[in-house]
Design a protein around this ligand. Sequence first.
Ligand code: G16
Length: 542
Amino acid sequence: MIKTVTTTPYSDQKPGTSGLRKKVPHFQQKNYAENFIQSIFDSLEDFEGKLLVIGGDGRYFNREVIQIAIKMAAANGFGRVMVGQGGITSTPAASHLIRKHGAFGGIILSASHNPGGPTEDFGIKYNIGNGGPAPEKITDAIYARTKVIDSYKISDADDINLDQVGLTELDGMQVEIVDPVADYAELMETLFDFDAIRQHIAGGFRIAFDAMSAVTGPYAKEIIERRLGAPEGSVRNFIPLPDFGHHHPDPNLVHAKHLYDEMMGPNAPDFGAASDGDGDRNLIIGKGIFVTPSDSVAMLAANAHLAPGYASGLSGIARSMPTSGAADRVAEKLGIGIYETPTGWKFFGNLLDEGLATICGEESAGTGSNHVREKDGLWAVLLWLNILAVRKESVKDIVTKHWAAFGRNYYSRHDYEEVDSDAANGLMDNLRNQLSSLPGKSFGDLKVQAADDFAYLDPVDQSVSKNQGIRILFEGGSRVVFRLSGTGTSGATLRVYIERYEPDASRHDLETQSALADLIAVADEIAGIKVRTGRSEPSVIT
Ligand code: G16
């Protein structure tokens, strides 16, 4: 039976860079999840009788909210929902399910790379029929609705057995529990040369993939070990756990340090990789060399034609504004378009739908293509494996040859986490106030060429997104970018992105932080980071 339940609004349900993310106890407040889900449905039109995909990264509280979402979908008139077995689907696999089955949209429960557990993070986001995150027009409408919502609809039927693959019914709506891996693995087989990769592995090429006790475990086991024949043990931490084994499922040099150390060690495998909580991010490390996410986008784009799915070339490349300009040089050489968008995968959707871009990437460890409408961790790993299998060179050789051909973009991101929100906003306001006076000023050898607050005009729907990060551009192509993260759940996270272009191959082997030292000092001088945040150093350097 369908019930209408009276509720009162919460004032803090504004979706961030990627949906609504809060601590679990926050989500456990009365009607908190229900209000947000109903606000999603209230912001959509014409979904009566249609299909909704519901996925989750398996973190703590996932099962409870999946049941709520199913019952609310039934009460609101969807005809069918498709849910990953156990309530688990990686974000890119959910995007694929939406596209493959022509769903109206999808609800994805994830807080991505943030930790999970009873007092850790949870999140809900809505994806549209193209499989990608809802654009701002929709997230703004959802937020507006959350502020005035006074009731929600839910079925009072019993819980669905999420572990049993098959078709059932709930209050007149079909519920299909599917194997979340099969469709995705098939899609990967259409894009990459599995035979070549299999042969390369059979020839002794060694892989270490760390699933970080998160959602990619079952996908990586199936694809890397079963289908590509890597020996058992190549995929580690492959059982998804609600608290990610007490770890932070963020594939970066801090939280995957053990993998980094192994890859730098004497008996390192040939290729090391990891993915995050919901499977959309990637970490790539070769024997003795870490590939920055920005470089990875550029190198994947430059070599993508070696994989069958991209053999006919790319239509264009898109990167988020804070991502380094390495991909721009590849686009220039290939004679294809390059697009610079605000941070957030949702901004790539229109470019992919219109065929303007084939490969997209972000400094935040996300890379993907037009095969789905989310970034895709395993896809990036498989494209690297395909390239390595064809070129039969080491990761290090591929990277250094790329730098020799295109120049090297030294790049680093400094994060100041859980900073007092007022202090962080004050820092950004102070930077904004300096924008007009900075151009022409010199700081040691560095002269400011331009400074602005990045705004994006979407070339497809002409929508404008303002205040997307402060850019300070120096003569010679170096730059510093300041942004506040839109994915944190406590206080504010200040991100400082630092980049220097070095064309001279004889200077390509510097240590990154020392290569950027002068820019790092100038960033502090201009923004007053240490004084304003009270921090003497960043919490995370990637
Ligand atoms: C999300 C977005 C990405 C973004 C990242 C970091 O990724 O989809 O586009 O780059 O957050 O955003 P911010 O700098 O605002 O914290 P994920 O993997 O968290 O879903």
